[in-house]
Ligand binder design. Structure first.
Ligand code: NAD
Length: 348
């Protein structure tokens, strides 16, 4: 069997996470990596830190048989690569993604897709024209508990939504990233774009398009100029949907991602007690979701993308590009709402 040949750009937290996942997939082979940091290209990932995952980065990455490129432009021309996986800081996504597509590569690009709406729209045009496969790492769509809940809802098993909240709270991540880029609001978009986007996007995925957003936020608590904590009310008819995200807490505080969705027929929660469905009948269910070989949304989304490239099937199980563009518009409207103190109607 011919394996799908991968080139990873950026060997920081996300790049090394993806590296380890591909290494476990039977149908993927990492043929090349690119990074501007020579230490990473020598396998030294001792300075890489992430918010979840808990991998031991003191041991070097085994790059035997993997080509290393200091200049990404050279890697994008390498004919032995089928998929370019982009794990560099957000402001560099667009240029690399566009070049990769133009070079005939399939592209898996980490979230946020880009840093500005203009870049997103240009990239979307290029991706549609290219005829290549393009997915964005909106991993919460594929995260087992979230994916299970949205499947139940879309199958009509839960009835109408009454109210929902989503929460994503990270400890302070200053000092964790390459050149501390997350803490520069211009580069990362703050917690609002970098972290909270996951819930914005999941709400778009599960419930469709909100008409407007009302957001409150606080900036420059940990970062320089970024919105570091945000709470948003998404305007939908006849229900209340709220999401909160931030990275203001100190470094000792554990990471939290949680939700509670109250439907006509059940309340679905991912919280301290785990993932549970509290049916109105009184029954409490603890669905066994996920797969020990592919335990996270990162595993699920990458393994699915590789399978699609291998079989030449369009990867649309978890996303379509229109929705990804919508999510970006929604989150940028949230930024506008924080900045202006007004409710913002979303222009789709
Ligand atoms: N899906 C998720 O859950 C998730 C989690 C964390 C980060 N991310 C996203 O992944 C991307 C990377 O974040 P990270 O946490 O891995 O950052 P990081 O700072 O840990 O790593 C960035 C890496 O990119 C390299 N790099 C910088 N500029 C480069 C360039 N021009 N060419 C090649 N390499 C370059 C750096 O040397 C570093 O190794 C970001 O867009 C981030 O938002 C997604």
């Amino acid at each position: 069997m011919k394996k799908v040949r991968i080139g990873i750009v950026g060997l920081g937290f996300m790049g090394t996470t993806h590296f380890r996942i591909y290494r476990k997939l039977g149908n993927a082979e990492i043929v090349a990596v690119s990074d501007v940091d020579p230490a990473k290209l020598a396998g030294d990932i001792s300075k890489v830190v992430g918010n979840i995952g808990g991998e031991d980065n003191s041991k070097p990455l085994n790059l035997d048989g993997v080509k290393t490129y200091g200049a990404v432009a050279d890697m994008l021309k390498d004919p032995s690569i089928d998929v370019i996986d982009i794990c560099v800081p957000t402001p560099y996504h667009q240029k690399i993604a566009v070049e990769a597509l133009k070079n005939g590569k399939n592209v898996f690009c980490e979230k946020p897709i880009c840093r500005s709406l203009r870049e997103v729209e240009e990239l979307a045009v290029c991706a549609r024209k290219s005829g290549k496969f393009f997915n964005v790492g909106m991993c919460i769509r594929a995260w087992p508990e979230y994916y299970h809940a949205q499947n139940l809802y879309k199958a009509g098993k839960l009835g109408r939504l009454r109210s929902a909240f989503f929460r994503r709270l990270s400890p302070d991540i200053s000092g964790n990233s390459w050149n501390n880029w997350f803490m520069d609001g211009e580069l990362s978009g703050g917690a609002l774009l970098d972290l909270h986007l996951h819930d914005t996007d999941f709400i778009r995925y599960m419930f469709g398009r909100p008409t407007a957003v009302t957001s409150f936020g606080v900036s420059s608590v940990r970062s320089n100029g970024g919105t570091d904590h945000v709470i948003t009310n998404y305007h939908f008819d006849n229900c209340l949907i709220v999401a909160e995200g931030g990275w203001c807490a100190n470094k000792k505080v554990p990471f939290e991602m949680s939700f509670q969705m109250i439907f006509e027929k059940a309340t679905v929660r991912l919280a301290g007690e785990g993932y549970k469905i509290y049916w109105e009948s009184g029954e409490v269910e603890s669905p066994q979701v996920g797969d020990s070989a592919l335990p996270t949304g990162w595993h699920q989304e990458l393994s699915y993308f590789v399978d699609c490239v291998e079989k030449n099937v369009t990867p649309e199980k978890y996303q379509n590009l229109d929705e990804i563009v919508d999510s970006f518009k929604i989150v940028m409207s949230e930024q506008e709402s924080v900045d202006t103190g007004r409710t913002v109607t979303i222009k789709y």
